[in-house]
Design a protein around this ligand. Structure first.
Ligand code: ACO
Length: 321
């Protein structure tokens, strides 16, 4: 049986951290105490206006390639999960391919499933590798959410940040990704959205993120626990077999509530949201890379990745690292 196995990870956060107090200094009507108590977020990184998602993706990808001891030319599939691509088209994945100098004709495309995008992208790459059509996939989550934030809406702008994370997935006889599950329910479209579009050279509708925070919170905790159990069931494993839960880094209260619902000790959660905020599709590979580089995650451990995002979309992946 051919598995898809993570052979390298990388991540990138642009510029210096912007603390909660820095936001107050910039005139946002909030406080460090409010943000920390409700979300656990202490800082975020914001990309300069001339830096796009593909630029962040490039840095994360170079680090993942170096960690795997691979060259860009070894990559035969590129999937970028993003809701904030550089432009309408070409895709961020095509731009990334060009920036990496990959000229081997490897397919490159974006996946748009908002905060679940990385789990969606990883699942697609895993299935293509398992089918035998591809052997080395670069899977990236990259976002510049700062572009779609209304800095006059304190209820949302304090929550998000920019960043990228990448993994290199390779075909392997050794176990890698064991189980995946993806879901969506578009009837929840209105509780988290950026409803605007570009038409006739104009922005039509709001180009800013809008959210019903409490509805998102309840929905997130419910489906994250369900989908975690679903992939564990597929693999015939129990929650006690999981070494690390690497959830979408939305906010600490969602992470803690999900772990409690699953009966997983809080020490088994990889949580990096405090220093980069919610980076949407980038958050899982960012958290994974930081935990790998700091030595918390080691080879052979069982990891549970899970996410929920606008749509609503949600999904999970269970893997042997
Ligand atoms: N600073 C200070 N006060 C604020 C801020 C702020 N940044 N934002 C809102 N407030 C105020 C409100 O105006 C309100 O004041 P009022 O009582 O005088 O009217 C008060 O705080 C409470 O507002 P709520 O919106 O009810 O606050 P809530 O307790 O629901 O917390 C939060 C808001 C943190 C967004 C919470 O609902 C939450 O965590 N939701 C989950 C949403 C989330 O994480 N989304 C991420 C994107 S989705 C995803 O990634 C899956």
């Amino acid at each position: 049986m051919t598995y898809a196995r993570i052979i390298g990870t990388g991540s990138f956060l642009p510029g210096a951290p912007i603390s909660n107090d820095d936001l107050v200094a910039r005139g946002i009507d909030t406080s460090d105490a409010w943000i920390v108590e409700r979300t656990g977020i202490r800082a975020r990184h914001l990309a300069e206006s001339n830096v796009g998602a593909s630029d962040l993706a490039l840095q994360a990808s170079l680090r993942a390639l170096a960690a795997a001891n691979k060259q860009p030319a070894d990559v035969d599939l590129i999937i970028v999960a993003t809701s904030t691509p550089d432009m309408i088209f070409p895709s961020a994945a095509a731009l990334l391919q060009d920036k990496l100098g990959i000229r081997n004709g490897a397919p490159a495309f974006d996946v748009q499933a908002v905060c679940s995008g990385f789990v969606y992208a990883l699942t697609l790459a895993k299935k293509l590798i398992a089918s035998g059509s591809h052997r080395c996939a670069l899977v990236v989550g990259a976002e510049v959410f700062s572009r779609i934030l209304d800095w006059n809406d304190r209820g949302t702008c304090v929550l998000f940040g920019d960043g990228a994370g990448a993994v290199l997935l390779a075909a392997s006889e050794e176990p890698g990704i064991l189980a995946t599950a993806l879901h969506a329910d578009g009837s929840y479209r209105d509780i988290l959205s950026v409803p605007g579009q570009i038409a006739g050279g104009q922005v039509v509708g709001s180009p800013f993120l809008q959210m019903e925070g409490q509805a998102v919170f309840k929905f997130a905790v419910k489906v994250l626990a369900e989908v975690a159990r679903e992939v564990l069931g597929q693999a015939g494993l129990g929650i006690g077999d999981v070494d690390w839960l690497i959830p979408h880094q939305a906010n600490m209260r969602i992470l803690d509530a999900t772990a409690r619902k699953l009966g997983l000790p809080a020490e088994k959660i990889i949580a990096t949201v405090a220093h980069h905020g919610n980076t949407s599709a980038a958050s899982i590979p960012l958290a994974l890379d930081e935990a790998v580089r700091s030595g918390r995650i080691s080879r052979g451990q069982t990891l549970l990745l899970e996410a929920v995002g606008g749509g609503f979309t949600w999904g999970a992946a269970l893997l042997k690292f």
